[in-house]
Design a binder for this molecule. Structure first.
Ligand code: SAM
Length: 233
């Protein structure tokens, strides 16, 4: 589901196909071109008072426009890794807000792609789409299954797998970034327990963002942004 004019436009620019669009009538006059594009793609456009629309959806429709998009077939992992140098792997991150925020940072900081493990929340879920500002439609991503079994494919594609983790044995992000390899896959762990033991065992490096102020860890989306920025190419 793509919510708001901006997100719908971003999805369509990235080549995604609408199934239908619902538009509050007060927004209709300023969106002639978007309506024409959606209709040209063969999708119906429904217009009505915002109260009626929200009584149908059951939630507040952000900026009066929402479109159902066709769910694309996800590309193979090899295709997503091709030509990439910075890849982010989301291991079982279950909160749609965190998933959306990480995609927004990936797009904004300029990392190349995202791999999501089988139990990770769906990046195309409405809340994730909205928090990502629609970047889930433009950032190359796919599911990597199995995981952590699939880590070997990432390593075989030339990536050094860096597990973002706390604890002893991890090199600091500053030190890692100072001589970062050409291709890095940053693996981020789940909100509660962090990365699995098997992932930590098989990763090439464990990398930590040194903490201060008696705080033990960052929110996973904040950690992703800090690490991507430090490793940007
Ligand atoms: C909220 S943390 C999970 C904390 C968990 N108790 C642990 O021990 O890993 C969620 C994820 O964010 C990343 N993260 C958060 N703070 C970090 C830090 N200071 N250094 C490296 N990674 C961090 C890690 O990938 C972690 O798995």
């Amino acid at each position: 589901m793509a919510e708001s004019e901006k997100v719908i436009r971003r999805a369509m620019r990235a080549g995604h196909r609408p199934r239908s669009m619902v538009l509050a009538q007060n927004w209709r006059p300023s969106l002639d071109d978007l309506v024409a594009d959606v209709q040209a793609a063969g999708a119906p456009v429904f217009t009505g008072p915002i109260d009626l629309i929200e009584s149908i959806t059951g939630f507040h429709v952000h900026r009066g426009a929402i479109a159902a998009m066709h769910r694309p077939e996800l590309p193979p992992v090899a295709q997503v890794l091709e030509n990439a140098r910075r890849v982010v792997v989301l291991e079982n991150i279950v909160d749609h807000t965190n998933v959306g925020a990480i995609f927004r940072s990936v797009a904004g900081i300029g990392a190349d792609a995202v791999l999501v493990t089988p139990r990770c929340a769906d990046p195309f879920y409405r809340r994730a789409v909205r928090v990502s500002m629609g970047t889930v439609f433009q950032v190359p991503w796919t599911r990597i299954d199995p995981w952590p079994g699939g880590m070997k494919q990432v390593q075989d594609a030339g990536f050094q797998v860096a597990a973002l983790a706390l604890g002893p044995g991890a090199v600091s992000l500053d030190e890692f970034a100072a001589s970062a390899p050409e291709k890095v896959a940053l693996v981020l762990g789940t909100e509660g327990d962090g990365l699995s033991r098997v992932t930590l065992e098989h990763a090439d490096r464990a990398v930590t963002i040194p903490m201060a102020g008696g705080v033990d860890s960052l929110n996973v989306a904040a950690a992703a942004a800090v690490a991507m920025w430090a490793l940007r190419v």
